[in-house]
Design a protein around this ligand. Structure first.
Ligand SMILES: Cc1cc2nc3c(=O)[nH]c(=O)nc-3n(C[C@H](O)[C@H](O)[C@H](O)COP(=O)(O)O)c2cc1C
Length: 394
């Protein structure tokens, strides 16, 4: 795969390659959002409402891109968000994504919906690795995963709280996601041509053993949960604030609460002892018509008064998006689709290219902005719609 700097200039280029390499059902699972995809579009578009106010005639021999998150030093102010079903995008899946993150000196968050064993993912990177917990499979399976994550050296547990049920991603039923995962041979037939039209992907998928099990959701007495059961079991296993209590008994390390969009929930997370929160709408895959996350960020930053670290994700496709989020008070940003397009396009090399594109973007944006360190970014470098600020004060 040719990922040269003339062929792959930005994340949109990786997206196009991914679209050509994987079947439509896989690409749309990765690319799509909930319902009418209004928030999906807004997550990206809202960054356009933030404009820069550069300081001219300053130069730096080097820009300090390091960010400190939960006591870890990251070489860049972004890390890799949990992305489920990564092994369907590329056989290397979570292992190669974590490896690419580690080589770049940044962190990786492993989803519960993962096809590789968490021990193998951790072994692929010396950099900070966090485990994202869903309660699919029930409490005992979750406690088993927590213990394995602790033994393997994961340093934080991420609790995703915006998944009371799985969102309605309309592209998935149209593409026959359910039939292809679990249907009878007859029900699969209408959806097979899209798979056959991607023979390279199909061959690597078959050589990898076909549909992976959820290696990190081990049901006592039964073994790893089959992938097909996820949607139904998500609906039966919503995480509530009450669950945080028993989770805290099992996991003594830092807990990150992911999926916060309003001030009250941010304060609740602080009260429950969250070491960090992620302002996130799950990449617009859950409830449609919620705020784009860059717009929700000022409200959350104001609400927590520095009592917990604030991260954000959603719609980040350029380094300038990352710089804008840092100016608005995020300590670091999580990237989701931006690296997953790279994974689907070219495995580890694609993830590495995505990280490099964003790193170079952040470096260049900082220099053009006249700011020598990400830790020095603040609101004086941007202007943004005043109603975002009013929401923060309300
Ligand atoms: C294909 C895909 C799968 C995802 N799976 C998970 C998951 O298993 N757990 C989770 O907490 N978030 C999951 N997310 C949400 C991401 O962690 C992150 O919040 C989101 O991708 C950020 O938006 P962005 O893709 O626009 O960067 C997923 C996102 C995508 C695109």
């Amino acid at each position: 795969m040719n990922l040269s700097s003339s062929r792959v200039v930005n994340i949109a280029d990786l997206r196009s390659i991914a679209e050509r390499r994987v079947p439509k059902v896989v690409f749309d699972y990765l690319d799509g959002g909930a319902d009418g995809e209004v928030t999906l579009r807004e997550n990206c578009r809202a960054f356009e409402s933030v404009l820069f106010r550069p300081r001219q005639a300053v130069a730096f021999p080097e820009v300090n891109l390091r960010a400190r998150v939960l006591g870890h030093e990251l070489s860049v102010p972004f890390m890799l968000a949990p992305v489920g079903y990564s092994r369907m995008m590329h056989p290397g899946g979570e292992v190669v994504a974590a490896r690419a993150a580690g080589i770049a000196g940044t962190g990786y968050i492993l989803s519960t919906i993962s096809g590789h064993m968490l021990e193998n993912v951790k072994a692929a990177t010396p950099a900070p690795t966090w485990y994202q917990l869903y309660l699919v499979g029930g409490r005992e399976a979750a406690e088993g995963a927590i213990e394995r994550a602790r033994n393997a050296g994961f340093s934080a547990l991420v609790i995703t709280v915006d998944t009371a049920v799985a969102g309605m991603r309309e592209r998935d039923p149209r593409n026959g996601m359910k039939e292809l995962l679990s249907g009878s041979l007859l029900s699969k037939i209408p959806f097979v041509p899209q798979i056959l039209s991607r023979p390279g992907w199909l061959l690597s998928f078959l050589l990898d053993g076909g549909m992976p099990d959820l290696e990190n959701v081990v049901i006592p007495g039964q073994g790893p949960m089959p992938l097909i059961d996820v949607t139904v079991s998500l609906g039966r296993s919503a995480v509530t604030w009450a669950d945080l209590r028993w989770i805290r008994e099992s996991w003594k390390g830092p807990i990150v609460v992911k999926g916060i969009l309003i001030a009250d929930d941010a304060r609740r997370a602080v009260d429950e002892g969250a070491a960090a929160i992620v302002v996130s709408n799950h990449g617009a895959r859950q409830l449609d018509y919620v705020s784009p996350t860059i717009r929700a960020l000022p409200e959350i930053v104001a609400a927590v008064h520095g009592q917990t670290e604030v991260l954000m994700d959603g719609g980040v496709r350029r380094g300038s998006d990352i710089v804008k989020a840092l100016c608005l008070g995020a300590r670091a940003v999580l990237i989701g689709r931006a690296y997953a397009y790279g994974l689907a396009a070219a495995g580890q090399a694609g993830v590495a290219r995505a990280i490099e594109i964003l790193r170079a973007d952040v470096d260049r944006t900082m220099r053009l902005l006249g700011c020598g360190a990400v830790s020095e970014l603040n609101r004086s470098y941007i202007e943004y719609p005043c109603e975002w600020e009013r929401a923060a004060k309300a």
